[in-house]
Design a binder for this molecule. Structure first.
Ligand code: GLN
Length: 387
């Protein structure tokens, strides 16, 4: 009875794992969301907004105040010239922003290059848009890509390169050199760069974040997508946005208008407070996430996982081949279920990040936007795997 379009979609494995651990009990290191509250200023701002006069639709592409705050922040952090009237569209989270963008720029039959592993939504996003995703591998240990392979993936039909840096699930932060390689290909072949920069403020070891839109000739061919979910610990508010050249922003706004009409008005109002937080907020955010990374990293290594240390975002991807043999478990999905039942820790099976599921069959992903006590609880449980 359901359409061909959605027949191929399975329930998001990430969200499924949350459901399963809620039923069976255990520590949820599957779906990437904080178990700690957002900054108190944001909660106060949301209360003020609910008490105020923000109960009806906002302008479909976002409240002028929030668009102005976004423009000011991009000017301050990245030196980007963002016109709130022409460039910015606010959507329901960066997930809707990505979908609205893909619908706005892709025609059926177009091809889109996606680095693999990838955040699970990009595949269905392309398929809903009628486009064909073409995958280019990111190879461990540093999850770099082969520039020749990337170039060979470009055909006459390629319209865009989609990438996510800092990266979910690998923790990779694309280097300046890699951004330049992607930018050069985009310029040479007239492609768009569509970037998911939702983890822009979560980078480690002194690294910074560079939006590819700031590279020469890229502002006019980049859609920069981000949102407030991860930077301000409000994944449930569903406020994301795209910064795009005016001709593309027109299309994104049209698609968005017919998908959701608008993001929640009071929460857009409260989001202004988030974007105006002082600089030291971001320093503290990075420091606290680095401490969480180090804590979970310690346990993951001590428990005997083969893992790649993340340089950004809040996930640790691991290889569990030896555990599959040791505990006689079939694959990543079975191991994720086994971990919930036997160890009491929920993770995400690696195959959910691959279009070629076999590439993820020996991997699982942990997330660590969690308080220390929760990470320690999970860590102590994982140590049982050693014996
Ligand atoms: N981005 C988060 C993750 O990767 C949550 C996404 C989701 O619910 N699918 O875990």
């Amino acid at each position: 009875m359901i359409s061909k379009r959605v027949q191929g979609f399975t329930e998001s494995v990430i969200r499924e794992m949350t459901r399963v651990v809620d039923q069976l009990g255990g520590v949820n290191l599957a779906q990437g969301m904080p178990n700690f509250p957002p900054p108190p200023e944001l909660i106060e701002a949301a209360h003020r907004a609910i008490d105020g006069d923000f109960h009806q639709y906002a302008i479909t592409w976002g409240t002028p105040r929030l668009r102005r705050a976004i423009a000011a922040k991009y000017r301050k952090f990245y030196g980007m010239e963002v016109d709130p009237e022409l460039h910015v569209t606010i959507c329901c989270g960066s997930t809707e922003t990505m979908l609205a963008t893909l619908l706005a720029v892709l025609n059926p039959g177009d091809e889109v290059i996606i680095f693999e592993p990838f955040y699970e939504n990009y595949g269905p996003g392309c398929i809903i848009s009628g486009a064909q995703p073409i995958f280019v591998p990111l190879e461990p240990p540093d999850f770099s890509f082969d520039p020749d392979r990337l170039e060979r993936a470009v055909t006459r039909r390629t319209r865009a390169i989609v990438f996510n840096s800092p990266n979910n699930p690998t923790g990779k932060v694309f280097s300046r050199g890699e951004l330049e390689t992607i930018a050069a290909l985009c310029r040479e072949h007239g492609l768009l760069a569509i970037t998911d920069e939702i983890y822009e403020h979560i980078v480690y070891d002194g690294l910074g974040h560079t939006p590819i839109a700031t590279l020469p000739g890229m502002a006019e061919r980049t859609v920069t997508i981000s949102g407030i979910s991860k930077s301000y610990s409000v994944t449930g508010w569903r406020v994301g946005y795209a910064i795009a050249p005016p001709d593309l922003a027109v299309g994104i706004r049209r698609a968005h208008d017919f998908i959701t009409v608008g993001a929640p008005h009071p929460l857009q109002e409260a989001a202004v407070t988030a974007l105006e937080l002082p600089d030291d907020y971001y320093v503290k955010l990075r420091t606290s996430y680095q401490a969480r990374r180090d804590l979970l990293w310690h346990y993951v290594e001590a428990a005997g996982f083969v893992a790649w240390k993340p340089r950004g975002a809040y996930y640790i991807l691991t290889d569990v081949s030896h555990f599959l043999k040791q505990y006689d478990v079939r694959d990543d999905t079975a191991f994720a279920m086994w971990l919930i039942r036997n160890v009491g820790v929920a993770t995400v099976p690696g195959s959910s990040f691959y279009a070629h599921p076999e590439l993820g069959r020996t991997k699982i992903r942990f997330c660590f936007p969690k308080t220390d006590d929760m990470l320690r609880d999970a860590g102590e449980r994982l140590l049982k795997l050693r014996s």
